[in-house]
Design a protein around this ligand. Structure first.
Ligand code: NAD
Ligand code: TYD
Length: 355
């Protein structure tokens, strides 16, 4: 069991990172400082943690910064006496990586490299530190009808997004072997839950259902993803940070493989239950559109290692998780509108000044 004192969370204004910070305060009762470093791209909204800022102001700190800024990173590591880094910061959307890969190379590869350089410069040979890197199952490529990704599966990324994540994973492991940096890596399957930017499958479909817009299903919709609630991802990350072996990679998955078209039908049915409108009025919005170039057919994770070695278990059943996620989006359209319009930047100015 490690002693983690002060944690730097990168990308903490995004979907998983903001839920992680909330998890540390509300579930774990973490006693140290938590510093959220985020560049605030279109996907980052620090307002997601406004209640945390108000309740835990002495412990929670927000720094508007790019992980690719070496001097800022080194200054933040020193100023807050950081001994633990968890790196969520990344460009994360496959479709955007197809249209514009440059930001993915910059933030995911150069950014992670720069952050590693900053911790190497600041921590030197210290042994009481940890760099946990959050990654994706997409680094392993695409599966056929059967089989699953293991921690030993060779990397075979197909999209600019997954290639950039694969490169960052390799850099993290290289710093472990070369400079003896204490590291752990997690590769997780598709997450869903509150505060996800509504461009990813589940929140996009929920918002389009709400607004009566077409539900764009890529190709035949028979692609398979393994869905996991964000809280279960974060409990796994926290467990690895505390108990994971130095230099090890852990797969995290939901053991919950679903075809995209099944997800869309299920969302239509759940929406009908919640609103009282007919299922057909929702299902007729389903529109098959051109497939994503290089679309990975199937992902499936084997997560026996984290279950066996660390005793990780999932807490959120898919049906319940999906329903609570729909209800969250229906109740929080103000958040959705602000993050979609970029209006949250006014909120940043009000609370943190112009930048
Ligand atoms: P997200 O896009 O919602 O959030 C990413 C956050 O990182 C944003 O707040 C953004 O402003 C910030 N950011 C981007 N570039 C930055 C930079 N250069 N410096 C500082 N901050 C920067 O993404 P997410 O879904 O929360 O994903 C978080 C991490 O988890 C990513 O590393 C992603 O690859 C990984 N992951 C995501 C999933 C998923 O299903 N969403 C699954 C497995 C792994
Ligand atoms: P996404 O949420 O973008 O995650 P990822 O590409 O990282 O798995 O997409 C999940 C699946 O849903 C993927 O197979 C692509 C598909 N998809 C659609 O069919 N329509 C959409 O509008 C989106 C955003 C995704």
């Amino acid at each position: 069991m490690r002693t983690l004192k002060n944690i730097l969370v990168t990308g903490g204004a995004g979907f998983i990172g903001s839920n992680f910070i909330r998890y540390l305060f509300e579930r774990v009762g973490f006693p140290g400082a938590i510093v959220n470093v985020d560049k605030l791209t279109y996907a980052g909204n620090p307002e997601s943690l406004d209640d945390i800022r108000q309740s835990y102001g002495g412990q929670y700190h927000f720094e508007h910064a790019d992980i690719g800024d070496f001097e800022r990173m080194r200054d933040i590591l020193a100023r807050y006496d950081i001994d633990t880094v968890v790196n969520f910061a990344a460009e994360s959307h496959v479709d955007r990586s197809i249209f514009g890969p440059k930001d993915f190379v910059q933030s995911n590869i150069v950014g992670t490299f720069t952050l590693l350089e900053a911790v190497r410069a600041h921590w030197g040979k210290r042994r009481d530190t940890l760099f946990h890197h959050v990654s994706t199952d997409e680094v392993y490529g695409s599966l056929g009808e059967t089989g699953a990704f293991y921690e030993t599966t060779p990397y075979d990324p197909r999209s600019p997004y997954s290639a950039s994540k694969a490169a960052s994973d390799h850099l993290v492991m290289a710093y472990h072997h070369t400079y003896e940096l204490a590291v752990t890596i997690s590769n997780c399957s598709n997450n869903y839950g509150p505060y996800q930017f509504p461009e990813k499958l589940i929140p996009l479909m929920i918002m389009n259902l709400r607004e009566g817009k077409p539900l764009p299903v890529y190709g035949d919709g028979r692609q398979v993803r393994d869905w996991l609630h964000v809280d279960d991802h974060n409990s796994a990350v926290w467990l690895i940070m505390n108990r994971g072996a130095n230099g090890e990679t852990y797969n995290i998955g939901g053991e919950n493989e679903r075809e995209n078209i099944w997800i869309v039908h299920t969302l239509c049915e759940a929406m009908a239950r919640i609103t009282g409108n007919s299922v057909d009025s929702y299902k007729r919005l389903i529109t098959h559109v051109a497939d994503r170039p290089g679309h990975d057919r199937r992902y499936a994770i084997n997560c026996d290692k984290i279950k066996g070695a660390l005793g990780w278990t999932r807490a959120v059943a898919f049906d319940a998780g999906l329903e609570s996620t729909i209800r969250w989006y229906l109740a929080n359209d103000a958040w959705v509108n602000r993050v979609r319009s970029g209006e949250y930047r006014n909120w940043i100015e009000r609370n943190y000044g112009k930048r």
